[in-house]
Design a protein around this ligand. Sequence first.
Ligand code: GLC
Length: 557
Amino acid sequence: MSGTAPWWRDAVIYQVYIRSFADGNGDGVGDIAGIRSRLPYLKSLGVDAIWINPWYKSPMADHGYDVADYRAIDPLFGTVAEAEELIAEAHRHGIRVIPDIVPNHTSDQHAWFQAALAAGPGSPERERYVFRPGRGPDGGEPPNDWVSCFGGPAWTRLPDGDWYLHLFAPEQPDLNWEHPEVRAEFESILRFWFSRGVDGFRIDVAHGLVKHPGLPDLPPRQQPAQQGPLATADPSQEGPQQHTDHPHWDRDEVHEIYRAWRKVADEFPGDRCFVAEAWADTPERLAAYVRRDGLHTAFNFDFLMSSWSAKDLRAVIDDSLGMLGAVGAPATWVLSNHDVMRHTSRYGRTTVKRWAVNEPYRPEGPVDLELGTRRARAAALLMLALPGGAYIYQGEELGLPEVEDLPEAVLQDPIWERSGHTDRGRDGCRVPIPWSGRTPPYGFSPEDASAAPWLPQPADWAEHTVEAQTRDETSMLELYRGAVRLRREHPALGDGTLTWLDAAEGVLAFRRDPGFVCVVNLSATAYRLPDHTSILLASGTAQGGLLAPDEAVWLSV
Ligand code: GLC
């Protein structure tokens, strides 16, 4: 792409789930020192930026998504000085740094919430959150029927009788974004980190900040369905995607907040950027977040939620490019993150239909990891060939599967408790990364570590380590390295447009100019490759001009 377009239009951004990436101090939990020690690895992978999950001071009720102080780093991860050193060092490697900001809620240990508890009902301190009296004769019923994304009611009652809202865990009280102090505080936090050199922010639950002022009950059809990755199934929600007015998700008024944030980003030199975690129910609704005066980019979860079907994927690609292109925003593509089942394990299952935003992302039933891995390799080539930016979740480049047999005693995700032990939660995609060696901790922690990794790593991960895969040209890691390198070098890749080519049913084939074609075979039979001058990269063998099922190639034409 041209040298003048902003970097974020086609960046490859690597997601660092800090607890599980690399442990520098040997306490079994990943940290900033660990990230710094692995910058050469990230450089070798060729990524443009890293997004780091929350690193702020936190009691860790939701592993950092419960922030007690947005201007401090949790001692588990390091210090603000170390964060500044990481940012500078990453920049020297040509890697940008994007922390996560959590504006929908704070921790219950945040100074504001503590002040609200102390000040009592009706106090101005309570107005920065969403406190309400209860319903029923003695106020013993919650103010409305909203449900927590982690299970159970979204309200908790205090001994003084008041109820407070938490769309997630009770340790994560929702802020009141109608309050001017809340708005001013977050703009100040953004400036705090922008002036320390961060290149942007990933915005957590970006679609949740504004609530309907009357806090009405959920519309009957949506109960008890929830929106987002943590939802419970509701078969009544099947069918074409439609937008329905919801009292706390994706309300129009939220965009005003982001117009103000955009102005803050624009105060700083360089191209700072935002990426929204916004679960919108149509591509049009998602595009509203990335209009010219709003945020820069948003995760495209429709791609992640799509089944392994050429028809479904093509529809998602066309809708995303169409809707986002109409507002001048680049598309983003994402296959996995810290909230969903790893895609080798998803694709290894026979889920035929597209997931909806209100379905659980942890499909059950037997898994065929060989199949899932073959598809994951093809999906990587598809994702990295599409116009726009792409996200790689740590470990996907190693082909890690979901760890589905973690013993119950080690599960830590609040979903496990809140669901009454019916949903194992997200720990299975958060197991610490295997770097080297034949046995746990596989180089995740230093040799003299005082503690084991915070989640146990499988005994059979020796073949998944970075060490084992490096220079093995058949490995997932070298496939990613090759694809990211080619994507950087090839003038057709990155930002731009695509043209679909005629292909058999179940085959996706598209051209990007100049001279590039990507073919993905999602059908059950081998497919003859179109005319080409050479094969640039193949997820499988692509022998004899035939592309086997569940394989992809990049062609020079
Ligand atoms: C987002 C995060 C998830 C977190 C939740 C509450 O969905 O990605 O990990 O639990 O928000 O902050």
